[in-house]
Design a protein around this ligand. Structure first.
Ligand SMILES: [Mn+2]
Length: 409
């Protein structure tokens, strides 16, 4: 009996995403951005082949749109054929974005691709050299929404060494996304499976270690909300252990950057600083789309800030970029308000009250909730008095600046 299985866990490929909000960028770059979901797919296939995995899981939202562009279908089949040549199988389910009844045409995949067509949970058995090694469970969305809790349909149906559940959905309490196929972590744990390959949430998350319950996130960020590295998991399971390795696959990276330009006395210094920041980003992140927030001294900007930020954006986007590139999508501005703390602290108004309260709390008492927080306390070392002081100062500055700004507007 096989005691070991290895696979790639991916989800939310969103092939052929249109990247609508980016159409203003130079045409050549926009074409590359539009190509990025396909490039990530190619990288995924490369990783599967290089790692010689037993199979690949794709948990829903393979296509960005239920009507599946011909381009995305053609590229996907091409990718699947490469896996077929290496005898790597794929287990695939559809999600809310590519639900089955939205199709405009019918199609078949190569024989190494196993699709969960039904909305009822069913299973496939994966064989390795003729031996059954893993049972893989899953279902596909027939319509855009699956509102039912599907967990009761997952049951161990075979005696294979490994059992893996694929589920495109979200934790019942999740407030940030459409809650489809809601589940509780405890419900998944109770199934006694070896791995839960989730999809739907685009932010990578390991919800549990034993057994692993994992969102790999999407392969390629699609908007400024999806920053950082994006990719898949390479997973190895044995009867007694699991190892997970995140592998970044994004072709283009979205990043949010904070720039402190409060020391700049002249606008051209801000421009220069921004050029440096963007250049550095192109080195750190290679191809990237940036959202930049600049903090400037309030005296620096007199007119309408929107003109100012647009000009800055044009300045950095026009910079000649050879092999590396970084495009700035948005620039926002935070004005640093200068204030005389002592004067304010003596005032009989709310801001004065706030500053006095901060001065009273130099002992860091207000940090107490962090140290008794169930999750945070596992990771936090006690703060030194210097750290407490600087946290205190930063918090005070943030709050007072914000209050002064409100007062003005
Ligand atoms: Mn998705």
């Amino acid at each position: 009996m096989y005691e070991h299985v290895s696979f790639i866990h991916s989800a939310d490929l969103h092939l052929d995403s249109p990247f609508k909000g980016l159409s203003y960028v130079p045409e050549a770059i926009f074409q590359e951005v539009k190509e990025s979901t396909f490039i990530s797919l190619e990288k995924l296939i490369r990783v599967a082949i290089d790692k010689e995995v037993d199979f690949v899981l794709m948990t829903g939202d393979i296509f960005d749109n239920e009507t599946q562009s011909i381009k995305s279908l053609t590229r996907l089949v091409k990718a699947f054929k490469k896996l077929q040549e290496e005898d790597i199988h794929v287990y695939l389910s559809y999600g809310n974005h590519d639900h089955v009844n939205g199709r405009l045409f019918s199609f078949d995949f190569p024989e190494n691709i196993h699709v969960f067509e039904s909305e009822q949970v069913s299973h496939f058995i994966h064989y390795k050299q003729g031996q059954p090694v893993a049972t893989i469970y899953g279902f596909s969305y027939q319509e855009r929404a699956v509102l039912a809790n599907k967990t009761k349909e997952y049951k161990r149906e075979t005696n294979t060494p490994f059992h893996i559940g694929m589920l495109h959905g979200s934790i019942a309490s999740n407030k940030d996304h459409d809650v489809y196929a809601p589940f509780q972590i405890s419900e998944l744990v109770d199934k006694n499976f070896d791995y839960w390959a989730l999809g739907h949430i685009h932010k990578r998350q390991e919800l549990k270690e034993k057994p692993p319950i994992v969102y790999p996130g999407n392969l390629q960020g699609r908007s400024k909300k999806e920053t950082g590295e994006k990719g898949c998991y390479y997973v190895e399971l044995t009867q007694s252990s699991s190892s997970l390795e995140f592998i970044p696959l994004q072709h283009i990276r979205f990043e949010a950057i904070e720039v402190d330009a409060s020391e700049c006395g002249q606008i051209q210094e801000v421009g220069e600083l921004l050029e440096q920041v963007v250049h550095q980003a192109s080195i750190n992140f290679l191809k990237c789309i940036l959202m930049i927030n600049i903090t400037v001294n309030e005296e620096l900007v007199m007119g309408e800030p929107s003109i100012f930020v647009e000009e800055l954006r044009d300045l950095v986007n026009d910079t000649d970029q050879k092999h590396l590139w970084a495009i700035v999508q948005t620039i926002t501005l935070t004005k640093k308000v200068n204030y005389n703390k002592d004067e304010l602290a003596n005032g009989q108004h709310f801001i004065g009250e706030v500053i006095r309260a901060f001065d009273d709390k130099q002992d860091g008492k207000y940090l107490q909730p962090l140290h008794i927080h169930r999750q945070a306390r596992k990771f936090l070392e006690p703060f030194t008095s210097d750290e407490r002081k600087s946290i205190n100062e930063e918090a005070e500055e943030l709050l007072v600046t914000w209050l002064l700004d409100k007062e003005e507007s």
